[in-house]
Design a protein around this ligand. Structure first.
Ligand SMILES: Nc1ncnc2c1ncn2[C@@H]1O[C@H](COP(=O)(O)OP(=O)(O)OP(=O)(O)O)[C@@H](O)[C@H]1O
Length: 363
């Protein structure tokens, strides 16, 4: 079945809503002197209003490039070479892959915002946090000028302070005058979220937003995202290598390996009935409180291949304990195994996995 037909099918099986964002057969390559690197190859996914999709996989598998492609922020030598990205809300349908740069600027911030692992990617050290959030608000209203008109300085300032309050910055009325370095790591992360949310985007893309934070702060930031999502019915695409974060926040999960999606499922299904050996490997190598004390943690042998050395056949085959001849020769298709459950493995549904930790709340 062609992937677009698969997408239609999955949509009707999981929810009747239209997706807010639909990515179909996305391909983003880097054209270096040495080689053409297929960083994202035939990726399809949907994100629904008020829902969280977790995009998970080891470092280098193409998660960030997928996010940057959605934002149309891939810089040369990278380029989107195929596929379609469609954004659909009450204002209508926009095919992001066809928008001009000025049109795309209206989408960034206003419709889709992105936050990063390192807040200083978004925050400028030489300006106060308040002035940076104000700038984002003014820019957004200028872009929206033909509909909303200009925003008064007083109203913009109120929105800025409200956005800092919303993310739990204590003393927001005073602290907006502070510079980014005057905030702790966790608070800086909150400021970055405030800036991203100041224009009320419908979709937040969060690329490893808690990786640099200690566990307590990490839990607070995830809780904050969940609260804001519930209040605003915002959709979230969370990118992470950490299945614990996925378990906390995601409704659906897409597992990515070597530039492709290898498994997609509702979060509960992925944790209780994983069908791809790579997903199983990720689950096994996840530390769990109590049970694994003193035990050596399982790892997946080998490393994620670099796009210039992708193996033939199934890209996971050199690391797979279940590899057979066909896996070395033929790349498997993404197939539907159960409603909403997609797997790219020749033997999906035929393998039995021992010793897979199935409790998603265990980590
Ligand atoms: N600027 C670039 N030039 C060349 N290749 C790149 C560039 N950026 C990314 N790539 C390639 O794209 C592949 C996917 O990178 P990407 O950053 O999306 O991975 P990731 O899964 O997000 O990993 P991480 O969590 O480490 O960011 C990498 O293996 C790399 O080869």
């Amino acid at each position: 079945m062609p992937v677009s037909a698969q997408s239609e099918n999955m949509q009707s099986q999981t929810t009747r809503l239209d997706p807010l964002l639909r990515v179909e057969n996305l391909r983003t390559y880097f054209f270096t002197e040495e080689a053409t690197l297929r960083a994202v190859d035939d990726v399809s996914l949907e994100i629904y209003p008020g829902r969280t999709l977790g995009l998970v996989g080891e470092s280098g598998c193409g998660k960030s490039v997928t996010a940057l492609s959605i934002m149309r922020l891939v810089a040369p030598p990278g380029q989107i070479v195929g596929g379609k990205i469609t954004y659909h809300d009450e204002d209508g349908v926009r095919v992001l892959t066809q928008l001009s740069e000025p049109e795309m600027r209206k989408v960034r911030g206003g419709k889709i915002a992105m936050i990063f692992q390192e807040p200083m990617t978004s925050l400028n050290p030489v300006f106060t946090v308040g002035s940076q959030i104000l700038e984002a608000i003014r820019l957004h209203h200028r872009e929206e000028g033909n509909r909303g008109g200009r925003i008064s300085a007083e109203r913009a300032k109120q929105l800025m302070i409200d956005s800092l309050k919303q993310v739990g910055i204590p003393d927001a009325e005073k602290r907006w005058r502070d510079y980014p370095h005057q905030f702790s790591g966790g608070m800086r992360q909150r400021v970055m979220i405030a800036m991203a949310l100041a224009c009320r985007p419908k979709l937040l893309i969060a690329d490893e937003p808690t990786t640099a934070l200690d566990v307590t702060i990490q839990a607070q930031i995830l809780e904050l995202l969940r609260e804001i999502q519930q209040k605003q019915r915002m959709a979230i695409l969370i990118i992470t290598h950490d299945l614990g974060v996925v378990a906390e926040l995601a409704h659906e999960v897409a597992v990515m390996y070597a530039s492709k999606i290898v498994e997609r499922a509702p979060v509960e299904t992925l944790f209780t009935q994983p069908l791809h050996p790579y997903t199983v490997g990720l689950l096994r190598s996840r530390p769990r409180l109590g049970e694994d004390k003193g035990k050596k943690l399982a790892t997946i042998k080998g490393n994620v291949p670099n796009p210039k050395d992708f193996p033939p056949g199934c890209k996971f085959h050199p690391r797979c304990d279940y590899c057979q001849e066909i896996c070395r020769q033929q790349e498997p298709e993404l197939r539907v195994l159960a409603p909403g459950h997609w797997v790219r493995c020749h033997f999906a549904g035929e393998l039995s996995f021992d010793d897979v930790p199935t409790n998603r709340n265990n980590g």
